[in-house]
Each structure stands twice: as C-alpha cells, then as structure tokens.
Design a protein around this ligand. Structure first.
Ligand code: FAD
Ligand code: PYC
Length: 416
C-alpha cells in the first residue's frame, strides 16, 4: 500500500488531488468483450469481481447507465442477515453472510461490515409462532438464530417501548447475532476497485438500449456509447429488469415498486443493534455517522420514480415513534426511494434464459443488499460455466412455469 507523508498530503490538498491514483480507471468501451455485465450496482460489480477472481475471465466490462452504486445499492438501509425460512433461500443468504465475514480482507477495502445483531420483533401470537418456526428452520440449516423474550429485548435495547400497553406490544423477537449492517457505498467502491485491479473495465454513463441476438444466441448490446459485442451478457439492473428483458423479447414475473428510506440528523450513539418490525412497517439502525437509518414497506403502486409517496413514509415514522417514543423530536434530514424488483414468491431469479449466453439476476426486491457477495459469486459461476451453481439452481426462472416457488414473504421482513 502506498504511504503518504505529511508533505505529500499537503501537496495533494493544494493540487486538488490531481496526482491521486484513481480507485478505478474510466476507460473508453472496447468494441468487444468476452462478457458484459449490465448494471453497476453491488451485484453487477460483485459478479465482475468473481468472474475475474474465480473464473479467470478478465476481458469483461460493467456497463452502468449512471454512476456505480447510484441505484438501490446506494439507497438501501444496509441490513445484512441470513435468517430466511426455506433451505434454498437460507443457504444462499448464508453463503453471502460467510462472504461478508471476510469481504474487507478479500477486497482489501473496509466495507465496514458490523455484526451488531438484527432483531425481528413479534407483536402477536402468530408472529411468535412464525418466529419460532423460522428460528428452528435456521438452526437445522446451521444458521445462528435465537428466540428472545421481552425482558431480554428490554435489557439489550432500553429505549425500545416494551410496555404491554403499547398498541402493538412486543411479545418477543428472533435474534441473529452474526447479522448486522455494512457501508453500502464502500461495498460498491470496494468491488469496483478490486474488479478494476483484475482488468475489468467499469464504464459509467453508458446506458444499454438494446440486446443483440443472432439465431437465439446473444451477440452483444447497443449502448449510448455505441455497439459492444459480447458472447455472454449478464443483466443485473434491479428495478429495471423488466425493461431490459423486453429488449431481448423476454417477460419477467417482476413488479417494480418504490421503496423508501430516510435518515435523521446525526446523534450520539443511542442504538447499537438493528430493529425490524414487519407488523408496524419499520426498521431502524444507527449509522457510524450517528444518523438514524429508517426504512418503510413498499409503496403499493408500481413505478420508476425514485421517491415514493408521503403517506407511506409518514406511516413508518408513526411506527418508529411507537417503538421508540424517545425519537419523537428527532429531526429527519434526507428521504429518498429506490425501485425494487419484486417476484411473486419474494425470491430472486439468478438464471440462464431462453436466449443462449444471456443471463438474468434480479427479483431481489426489498432484500438484495445482504445477498450482494453471494449473488455475485453464484451469478459469476452461472455465466462462466453456462450452468447454475447448486446454490442458485432453485432460483431458475423456470420455477414460475413448474410451480416450484420458494415463498419467503415472511422472512423478507418488509411489508409487500
Ligand atoms: P442496483 O444497485 O439498483 O444496481 C442496478 C444498476 O443498474 C443501477 O445502478 C442502474 O443505474 C443500472 N441500470 C439500470 N438500467 C440500466 C441500463 N439500461 N443500462 C445500464 N445500466 C442500467 N436489501 C437488504 O438486504 N437490506 C436492506 O436493509 C435493504 N434496504 C433497502 C431499502 C431501500 C429504501 C431500498 C430501495 C432497497 C433496500 N434493499 C435492502 C434492497 C437492496 O438495495 C437491493 O436488492 C440491492 O441493492 C440490489 O442491488 P443491485 O446491484 O441488483 O441493484
Ligand atoms: O431484507 O433485511 C431486509 C431488509 C431490511 C430493510 C429492507 N430490507
């Protein structure tokens, strides 16, 4: 690693950082690559990184219509956990969690992964039955999970309103201690830098406008910066998945909805874990900068506007204030929305398609940040080997024809 003296820091400050080494290059797109990844979010960048690292593919490009991480990767509330219900999903998310545990070392970049635990609150007897079932299922799959009672929650999170007189009293929770949060921008930047170091071209401001095919085989993409040929094209564009699928004559069972979040003014440390409540539609943690990071359930309408409607976020603020009356006078600083890609079974599609050499990775909906390294790892395998890895085979697009759905609405833990 390069060392900087006090003098060189001063020189850089006065030279407007002109001599700093860029974290990744900004090359002109080549006319042809072995593989092109459409979408420079965390999943697309992770795919490129693992294609290079695990499969020796270096002649690849990531094409991003805006700036890397500017989609849902930079808009989410950064919760990472693997406590899903069904074996197929929980093993996939657990693979991701294991990768998170070594990610800062693998990328040589601090993604600020903080295993501060995640509580999923139960407010009704049915919630508690579901929690017990899911914790049992997690343990059978070797995933850490506990059921905790109200007293234990109260000790761990003293400001949480555990009064039995609350409108939705807290009867208990599931707790995954290895779960937590990570810094989302750093995840995009870390994957980008590490992929670039392995020869991957990261091309921003390059929108894919068409998918080229020859005899049922993909042959490249049309972009706002010209035609780029490629024998393999992986599409990872979250809320825009249906738009890209239509370019190849495909239809996906995806609905795109806004999902909103907001952050408060920064405060001294007050919350050292993550609290989620599906019943009241809110989740909250505190960032290292001190802001409360708060998220909502999805807006009910479909659309592509990255903002969302006021009543949804108002509803979430009511929920948060019910859970934490102490936050009632905290001022909110920024609000935004992302467009999430929701499948009928609340599980992703990581799959080959009926077009040879064309692969789709989408449908992560409200919960794909936690999957970022695992998703990229499995998608890279699928693209390089032209067949899915055992971990993502159940997430083939054909499950919507066979009926082999994996219903994870409960574990998605965000109101759909
Ligand atoms: P993105 O980061 O959206 O990347 C896709 C990229 O494709 C974008 O940068 C976009 O510009 C680009 N693109 C689109 N069309 C084109 C085109 N034609 N050509 C080129 N590029 C194109 N998940 C969790 O696990 N935990 C959470 O706490 C959590 N909270 C969330 C809160 C909110 C408010 C939102 C919106 C989402 C949340 N999620 C959460 C979900 C998570 O953010 C996403 O599932 C995940 O980030 C998706 O990553 P991605 O790389 O697939 O998509
Ligand atoms: O999937 O854990 C999750 C999540 C939390 C907030 C939004 N999604």
């Amino acid at each position: 690693m390069k060392k900087y003296s006090a003098f060189s820091l001063l020189r850089h400050a006065f030279s407007h950082n002109r001599h700093w080494t860029e974290a990744w290059r900004s090359p002109e797109p080549k006319r042809e690559y072995d593989a092109v990844i459409v979408g420079g979010g965390g999943h697309g960048l992770a795919t490129a990184f693992y294609l290079a690292k695990e499969h020796g593919m270096h002649n690849i490009a990531v094409l991003e219509k805006g700036w890397i991480g500017g989609g849902n990767t930079g808009r989410n509330t950064t919760i990472v956990r693997s406590n899903y219900l069904w074996t197929e999903a929980s093993l996939f998310y657990e693979k991701a969690l294991k990768l998170w545990e070594g990610l800062s070392q693998d990328l040589n970049y601090n993604v600020m992964f903080s295993q501060r635990g995640v509580y999923n609150l139960g407010h009704t007897l049915q919630d508690m039955r579901d929690i017990e079932r899911r914790v049992g299922a997690n343990r059978l799959n070797g995933i850490d999970a506990e059921v905790v009672n109200t007293e234990q929650i109260k000790q761990a999170v003293p400001y949480l309103n555990t009064s039995p007189n609350a409108r939705y009293p807290i009867l208990g929770a599931s707790l995954q201690r290895r779960a937590g949060v990570a810094r989302h921008d750093a995840v995009a930047w870390g994957f980008a830098r590490a992929a670039d170091a392995r020869g991957v071209d990261i091309i921003q401001q390059c929108e894919v406008t068409g998918i080229l095919r020859d005899n049922g085989q993909v042959s490249g993409v049309e972009t706002t910066r010209g035609t780029i040929k490629a024998g393999k094209v992986g599409v990872v564009v979250a809320g825009n998945a249906s738009v890209l699928a239509a370019m190849a004559g495909l239809r996906l069972p995806i609905e795109s909805h806004p999902l909103q979040a907001l952050v408060s003014e920064p405060m001294k440390p007050v919350l050292d874990t993550v609290i989620m409540s599906n019943a009241v539609h809110g989740y909250i943690s505190q960032s290292d900068k001190g802001e409360l990071v708060i998220g909502a359930g999805i807006d009910a309408y479909t659309g592509y506007g990255q903002r969302g409607s006021f009543h949804t976020i108002e509803d979430t603020m009511q929920a948060i204030v019910e859970l934490f009356p102490i936050f009632s006078r905290v001022r909110m600083m920024r609000q935004w929305g992302g467009i999430v890609d929701i499948c009928p079974d609340a599980c992703p599609i990581v799959s080959k398609t009926s077009v040879g050499g064309l692969y789709f990775n989408c449908g992560w909906g409200t919960g794909g940040f936690k999957a970022t390294p695992g998703s990229g790892w499995a998608f890279a395998h699928t693209i390089a080997q032209d067949r899915p890895h055992a971990l993502n085979a159940p997430f083939d697009i054909r499950r919507f024809e066979t009926g082999a759905l994996i219903d994870e609405h409960g574990a998605a833990a965000v109101a759909h």
